[in-house]
Design a protein around this ligand. Structure first.
Ligand code: AMP
Ligand code: MG
Length: 527
């Protein structure tokens, strides 16, 4: 029979604290993600019986070898080292082996106090629990590496926030909950043997190829593992950040304790989606300096990686200078590595397979064209998602003349340059649109942009979990007398957000930009 395993807990006593989960006899099942249950290969009985699902999500699981413990970690919060944090309101049930042989952590958030609760109550309000479920599942569907949500229960308890509100537990499924902050804790407390074990563990669990490479190397294996891990995490974080920038995701609280070693989006607190393209967009009420503004995110990832490197220095070499000499090139190399991945991602969004495509000799030309078009989006406060939808439709010959004129107005010369790189022009796009409207058979010429259009459609979502609709769905659930009644909107929206790249009719409500709402939108940590 399949059962939970606890490989991380077995690593060392110092990495966790055992702690029981409170009884939640009033728990009610609100959301259950059966698709995910299937993906991670949870038992069939659990997938079919709501009672068992509710038990699992409220910590009364019957799954074999389930346990309950909180993980220790430290972290820099908004640039300041905060010392020991740890899971203050989360309990690990254990690691579940999926059918592919990998492990996923099942963790309950909002399940009650732990030894790491500090001043907090250990609870989670229903609104933020629903929000985490919606955002994490929407991100996953968008192709963004993300922790997932297996379900939500209301606990029946009242939680004090700005006033009394309902408590809830959300069950998170992640490749692991190892964070940059985990390494920081063992470095700050000079527990170097644990730090070494942790490094080998993380490498083996998340980067098995690199772990095998380290095994084959002669010399100091701690040092080789530390450098290999740093390099691998940097790579994963660069990919993650490119995805965030691609879809317009603003994490809101990229503290080192919220930065995953596996490179997933974790700890959904005050996150939001970018509506109008504004590089300095900030929604979090606690981010007063704009540290984690949309366009700041890559630099903050770089900063977090420097903190990871610092934590690994004692393993890299006992001589600090020698260790720095080895780690520094990896950290200093991040801007160039990110830049290359970022412009490739943007090239794809604009319909080019790489940044040197579209012109034979000069990649700088496409870069500067992309910069100019993004600057136009910012200047005219255009919706990021809808702008790419319009550009895609234009190239596909699906945009009506009025909308074409609008694009020409906003992007002026850069629109002509962009079409030129695709071997097209406005007149030709207009003619193709007209022919399409008149129902004439598409000629050979019609197909010459197919691959560019397909690339744009694959990289530019039509539907994103826009702030307005996320809040509307949550509000409706909170305001219903029976919570289950209010879940209809959440289910409806989620099923649409599950297929974000599908072509939508112009009338689709969820396409709307809701710029007025975004202007005054504020998010909270949800504690
Ligand atoms: P977060 O901002 O959610 O990533 O949380 C930062 C730290 O505060 C983590 O150590 C959390 O476990 C802890 N924390 C947040 N909210 C609570 C709460 N209501 N009770 C206890 N600990 C909390
Ligand atoms: Mg956190």
């Amino acid at each position: 029979m399949k059962q939970f395993i606890h490989s991380y807990r077995e690593l060392d006593q110092a990495v966790f604290e055992n702690c029981a989960i409170a009884d939640w006899p009033e728990a009610k099942l609100l959301l259950w993600n059966n698709k995910l249950a299937q993906e991670i290969d949870l038992p069939e009985a659990l997938r079919q019986q709501p009672k068992l699902q509710c038990d699992l999500l409220s910590g009364q699981t019957s799954l074999a070898n389930s346990s309950s413990y909180a993980l220790v970690y430290a972290g820099h919060q908004f640039g300041q080292f905060a010392g020991r944090l740890g899971d203050g309101r989360a309990h690990m049930l254990g690691e579940w082996p999926t059918s592919t042989g990998s492990l996923v952590d099942l963790q309950l958030k909002g399940s009650g106090p732990t030894p790491f609760s500090r001043g907090g109550d250990g609870f989670c309000a229903l609104g933020p629990a629903l929000r985490e479920y919606l955002m994490s599942e929407a991100l996953h569907a968008l192709g963004v590496p993300s922790a997932r949500s297996l379900g939500v229960v209301s606990t029946g308890a009242t939680v004090e926030r700005d006033g009394p509100t309902g408590g809830a537990i959300v069950c998170r499924v992640a490749q692991s909950h190892l964070r940059v902050g985990t390494f920081q804790w063992f470095a700050a407390t000079e527990q170097h043997p644990v730090l070494a074990k942790l490094t080998h563990y993380a490498l083996k669990r998340h980067y098995p190829e690199q772990a095998a490479g380290v095994k084959q190397q002669a010399g100091n294996s701690d040092s080789a593992a530390a450098l290999a891990l740093l390099d691998a995490v940097i790579d994963k974080q660069i990919q993650l950040l490119c995805h965030w920038m691609r879809i317009g995701f603003i994490h809101g609280v990229m503290n080192t304790d919220n930065c995953s070693i596996a490179g997933e989006t974790i700890d959904f607190g005050p996150c939001a989606m970018l509506g109008s393209f504004n590089p300095s967009a900030v929604y979090s009420s606690i981010d007063r300096q704009g540290r984690y503004a949309f366009a700041q995110q890559p630099a903050m990832m770089n900063w977090n990686m420097a903190r990871l490197a610092e934590s690994l220095l004692p393993l890299i070499d006992t001589n600090v200078e020698a260790a720095l000499d080895l780690a520094r090139p990896l950290i200093e190399g991040i801007p160039a590595r990110f830049d290359s991945a970022y412009y490739t991602m943007l090239a794809n969004k604009f319909g080019f397979s790489d940044i040197s495509a579209g012109q034979q000799n000069n990649p700088a030309e496409l870069r500067s064209l992309i910069d100019t078009m993004l600057a136009a989006m910012a200047k005219h406060e255009l919706d990021y998602t809808l702008s790419f939808r319009q550009l895609t439709k234009l190239l596909a010959g699906e945009l009506d003349p009025k909308a074409q004129d609008q694009l020409e107005h906003y992007f002026s010369d850069s629109l002509h340059d962009w079409l030129g790189l695709h071997g097209s022009n406005l007149q030709e796009c207009g003619e193709r649109q007209l022919a399409r409207q008149q129902g004439s058979e598409p000629g050979k010429e019609e197909h010459k942009h197919d691959s560019a259009v397909a690339l744009m459609r694959a990289n530019n979502p039509e539907l994103i979990p826009r702030n307005y609709f996320v809040e509307q769905a949550i509000e409706q659930t909170l305001n219903q007398t029976t919570k289950t009644q209010g879940l209809n909107l959440i289910q409806d929206y989620l099923s649409a957000w599950q297929r974000p790249y599908d072509k939508q009719a112009d009338q689709c409500e969820l396409l709307q930009s809701k710029a007025d709402f975004d202007q005054h939108y504020r998010t909270f940590c949800g504690t």
